[in-house]
Write a protein that binds this ligand. Structure first.
Ligand SMILES: *Cc1c(COP(=O)(O)O)cnc(C)c1O
Length: 425
């Protein structure tokens, strides 16, 4: 299997090359040259086993293929259960049972498992850059912490992540450093993309990315959607809380390989780049606005390039998806109401998907839907606890991380200052 850039100006790459590079040399994102079809899979397999079989065609002809079982065993150590909600016809796909209590653990651990195998004999450390709106950084930090030959710079928008997220990001130390950037998540993304695309800087400081632009994070995210869909009675209609479009594109890729996934709907917060696009307006990236579902505060979703590439053009993309906007007041109302009525406590991101599901019901849609639950509510205690009127129990792995001390360094949203910082690390 070969991988090509969404911008079409870079030579095709092998899987290993694409994963090691992060971003294609023309600034585009790597996508499979052709989407393979996945053969029949057992309905009741273990997540790690199913993931390995599902991803095998993507690893064909690559040196990493021999390691795929081991990579999946490391990445899919936590379960991703799909369970019934008390809301009629609704299921929740719980993706928050990993070490940092958000779905990004799966992708980060998979990428780490791949990169450590690819870099085994190198003398130079590889610097992983990760821009985060909250959860990615912690997942990547946890996945690479104390891994030899690799170091991680986490960039997050200062004051725009939850206190517990900030604590997690700064809690690693050693080979993982946290930078609190004066700006938005999009500023963080610009710094990372700028550094990765700077050939002179690359020569001094070998770098790769761990954002959802990285193929090594996107591929494994297909696996839990596929695994869940195999368990559903009919093609699994799915609502995905969406920011940078990584999880949603992974779900669409899984569908394209022939897995039984039905409609895919993107639940967005007040950042309406995607809802506007799906309502028929031209795609227009913009600055992010802060919301209480902060890991989705994205105004210029990077994976939009992959979405457009997948369907060939924007009109075709619109025919295969749908996005809805959920504002903070609706998120709060959803969390409050479910805690009171059925005892379910959702994180603000998951609540956007629940809200979209409720709207579908109000419009007369009677189909079964599965909502991706992207984080544990305890990560957002300062928002969730006042709404539900009680303490939200902290899962063990999160409690361990919160018990450590934490610190982050300030960073201006300025590419030259950031490049300098990297050179002097
Ligand atoms: C990152 C994140 C999202 C958005 O996922 P994308 O892949 O960026 O669309 C949603 N919810 C949570 C909790 C997240 O951490």
């Amino acid at each position: 299997m070969r991988y090509v850039s969404t911008r079409g100006q870079a030579a095709p790459a092998s899987l290993s090359q694409a994963i090691a590079a992060g971003l294609a040399p023309d600034g585009g994102l790597y996508v499979p040259e052709a989407m393979p079809k996945v053969g029949a899979l057992p309905r009741d397999g273990y997540l790690a086993t199913t993931a390995s079989r599902m991803l095998a065609p993507f690893f064909a002809d690559d040196p990493l293929a021999a390691e795929l079982d081991a990579i999946c065993a490391e990445a899919f150590a936590a379960p991703a259960p799909r369970r019934e909600l008390r809301i009629d016809g609704g299921h929740l796909l719980e993706l928050f049972h990993g070490p940092t209590a958000a779905f990004k653990d799966f992708g980060a651990r998979f990428l780490a498992a791949c990169l450590t195998r690819l870099r085994r004999d190198e003398n130079h450390p590889l610097t992983i850059l990760v821009a985060t709106s909250g959860d990615t950084g912690a997942a990547v930090g946890a996945a690479f912490h104390e891994v030899p030959g690799v170091r991680v710079a986490i960039l997050y928008p200062d004051n725009r992540v939850s206190p517990r997220q900030a604590h997690q990001l700064g809690s690693f130390g050693g080979n993982v450093r946290a930078l609190r950037v004066e700006g938005s998540f999009d500023d963080c993304q610009r710094l990372v993309k700028g550094a990765l695309g700077d050939a002179t800087l690359q020569a001094d400081v070998p770098m790769s990315s761990a954002n959802s632009i990285s193929l090594g994070r996107l591929l494994p995210q297909m696996a839990y959607f596929g695994h869940a869909a195999l368990q559903a009675a009919s093609p699994m209609n799915t609502i995905v809380p969406t920011g940078n479009l990584g999880n949603a594109v992974a779900c669409l890729w899984a569908k394209q390989t022939g897995l039984p996934i039905g409609e895919v709907v993107f639940a967005c917060n007040a950042n309406e780049t995607l809802p506007e696009f799906y309502a028929g307006q031209p795609y227009r990236a913009r600055d992010a606005v802060p919301t209480i579902a902060n890991a989705m505060d994205v105004g210029a979703p990077s994976n939009f390039e992959r979405l457009r590439h997948l369907f060939g053009n924007e009109d075709e993309a619109r025919r295969h998806g749908h996005a809805e906007r959920v504002d903070d007041a609706e998120i709060r109302d959803t969390i409050r109401r479910h805690a009171a009525n059925d005892g379910e406590v959702f994180c603000p991101h998951t609540a956007t998907a629940i809200r979209v599901f409720e709207r579908l019901r109000l419009r007369g849609d009677t189909r079964a839907w599965t909502m991706a639950s992207t984080a544990h509510p305890a990560k957002f205690d300062t928002i969730v606890e006042p709404l539900v009127g009680k303490r939200v129990e902290v899962p063990d792995p999160l409690a361990i991380m919160l018990a450590r001390s934490a610190s982050a360094e300030p960073m201006a949203a300025d590419g030259r200052i950031f490049a300098d910082w990297l050179r002097h690390w």
